[in-house]
Design a protein around this ligand. Structure first.
Ligand code: ASP
Length: 326
């Protein structure tokens, strides 16, 4: 018997229709309806739909991600299951994808997909994206590659992919890396594989982790507020190699001295943060102050990683070991 693919539906534009009363797209399409709109799936493999939620992805939370990851992991452990697909809104898809990538401990593929155009729009991209995601999840070639993001016939690594355009269907890209492969008419093709997948598998998470995007002239105002609120962690999106304005650095030091882990990332689309500069706010000074280097991942993914890592440890050294990995 052919192995099946389990499709978890969570919502997003892929499951929306225009509502004439409110004047915008709203959640409207059920999981089974989503699959019914893709007749060629019948030629790929058996598909089982499990409705997880029907929310726009700006409503997605780390707690929901944990719940979803557990359900996907359980499904992958079932016999006769080759892989899983998650349909999701595009807005926070990369965060859920990265969560699944790090949390789920299975060789079987987990393919996240979505749509930029709702079911009612001309050239809706949902059906083709679902078809490609199921084909990738059914492919033995996709095993051991972590969570994958499959849209527009391209296959991206969860760690590398980001949403780059607010409206164009070709929105998901892996800057400086490109896709891992693609889904062609007759086969699934991989050109490369992600190296050294990282796993963090806590029983609980701590989602009181905030993200501050810095700007020219940023000071310590937001840091002081978060310290007062006794948050569990702060991710900072700095500039270039990770450097920050002196005022913001003062706030970062205050947070670290108050026992709050602070992770520095860069606003650049590629490259690691590194202790190249020693001026006030440079990463050399940040390291001396106890700031953790985020590595190559973007700020929103570093936040997901810190949420998972805080579920394992509060120790500064151990937390730092989770970051700056390939
Ligand atoms: N706002 C929608 C969402 O993320 C956008 C989409 O799905 O493309 O749920």
């Amino acid at each position: 018997m052919k192995e099946k693919v389990i499709v978890f539906t969570t919502g997003g534009t892929i499951a929306m229709r225009h509502d004439p009363v409110s004047g915008g797209a709203v959640p409207a399409v059920s999981g089974p309806e989503l699959i019914k709109a893709v007749p060629p799936l019948a030629d790929v493999c058996p598909v089982e739909v499990r409705e997880f939620s029907n929310i726009p992805s700006p409503h997605m939370t780390p707690r929901l991600m944990l719940d979803l990851a557990r359900k996907v992991e359980e499904a992958l452990a079932e016999p006769n299951v080759s892989g899983a697909v998650i349909t999701h809104g595009t807005d926070t898809l990369e965060e859920s994808a990265y969560f699944m990538d790090i949390y789920i401990d299975s060789d079987k593929p987990v393919c996240l997909t979505a749509a930029m155009r709702s079911a009612a729009e001309t050239s809706a991209d949902g059906p083709m994206n679902i078809l490609c995601a199921v084909r990738a999840a059914a492919s033995p070639l996709a095993r051991g590659k972590g969570a994958l993001v499959v849209l527009n016939e391209e296959i991206h690594a969860a760690r590398e992919v980001t949403k780059t355009h607010s409206a164009n269907p070709k929105t998901f890209a892996s800057p400086f890396w490109g896709p891992l492969g693609y889904v062609d008419a007759d086969r699934v093709i991989f050109r490369r594989a992600p190296l050294e997948p990282q796993k963090i598998h806590p029983t609980e998470i701590d989602d009181k982790v905030f993200l501050i995007k810095l700007f020219a002239g940023a000071d310590d105002t937001l840091f002081n507020f978060l310290v007062e609120r006794k948050v569990s962690g702060i991710v900072v999106e700095g500039f270039g190699r990770g450097n920050v304005p002196p005022g913001a650095f003062k706030g970062m030091k205050h947070a670290v001295d108050s026992g709050i882990p602070v992770v520095i990332t860069t606003r650049c689309l590629g490259g690691r943060v590194l202790d190249v500069y020693a001026y006030d706010g440079g990463v050399k000074r940040q390291l001396e102050a106890g700031v953790i280097l985020g590595g190559e991942i973007n700020a929103q993914k570093a936040r997901i990683k810190l949420i998972l890592a805080l579920g394992m440890t509060r120790d500064h050294e151990k937390l730092a070991e989770y970051f700056d990995k390939p």
